[in-house]
Design a protein around this ligand. Structure first.
Ligand code: GTP
Ligand code: MG
Length: 167
């Protein structure tokens, strides 16, 4: 199982997503701090919203196997710059929540996520659990563990650790 790190603005639905992934009923808990010992690493939205705390996101992401940007389908603006995947040494995925919102603009959020370099984009509704199984399926598979030699070989080929070798 990949350990998932989540970042996104407050109210984006990160904590609800973790509850949906665990099969729990949604119950509102404001995230106040970051706990890295769980299967998923939840962060307070304020970390993504403040330049003073955002460095913490980069540090916590090193504890994970995959970094997830969470954006609600009805978010009015984007917090994440283009190509941020270039300094995250982990696969970067996008998770669009609140697909049930009457103000949803999924194509726009997908565009933002593609611009940041998300290699996979998932659409979920945390309330009905629509789309959760697809995300679970992706998380189920562990990332390959490489020896130093294998990692060096991949680097020499210009590949990231999780990229497959070209045919
Ligand atoms: N309709 C709908 N509501 C959702 C969905 N996901 C989350 N919510 C609601 O959105 C609100 C905020 O959700 P949270 O999961 O607490 O958001 P968060 O990103 O963890 O927020 P912070 O802890 O402040 O960073 C809650 O009232 C949730 O019930 C969804 O997919 N659909
Ligand atoms: Mg939260």
């Amino acid at each position: 199982m990949k350990k998932l790190f989540l970042m996104g603005r407050s109210e984006a639905g990160k904590t609800s997503l973790i509850q949906a992934l665990k099969g729990e009923d949604l119950h509102y808990i404001k995230t106040q701090y970051t706990n890295t010992s769980d299967d998923a690493i939840d962060t307070p939205g304020e970390y993504a919203e403040s330049k003073y705390f955002s460095l913490g996101l980069a540090c916590f992401s090193f504890e994970s196997d995959v970094v997830g940007i969470v954006q609600a389908a009805d978010e009015p603006f984007n917090l994440f710059g283009a190509s941020i995947h270039t300094f995250i040494q982990r696969p970067l995925i996008g998770i669009i929540t609140k697909t049930d919102s009457s103000a949803a603009n999924i194509p726009m959020i997908r565009q933002w996520m593609e611009n940041t370099g998300c290699e996979r984009i998932f659409e979920v509704n945390n309330v009905t659990r629509e789309g959760i199984d697809e995300l679970l399926e992706y998380l189920k598979e562990d990332l390959p563990r490489l020896s130093l030699k294998e990692a060096m070989k991949k680097q020499a080929l210009g590949l990231r650790e999780w990229d497959p070798y070209p045919l």
